[in-house]
Design a protein. Structure first.
Length: 72
């Protein structure tokens, strides 16, 4: 099932009190998600990470809210 998500550009990362806030998909436990989620290599503040992003079109995006999100 494809869930409605609120996303932001991966280039507009959010920095909180505990550092860079990662997208929801990193710890999502929904098994029937058909959203176009890919694991890509991203450099955040000079450190390379493999992060799950919403990738439909040209620019990868971070999922910040999702109707189908279930914490692992």
């Amino acid at each position: 099932m494809e869930y409605r998500c609120s996303t932001i550009s991966a280039s507009e990362m959010v920095i909180g009190a505990k550092g860079v806030i990662k997208p929801l998909c990193e710890d999502c436990g929904t098994v029937d998600c058909d959203n176009p989620i890919e694991k890509i290599q991203v450099s955040l503040v000079g450190i390379t990470h493999y992060i799950k992003v919403y990738n439909r079109g040209v620019e990868p995006r971070f999922v910040m809210q999702c109707q189908g999100y279930l914490k692992k």
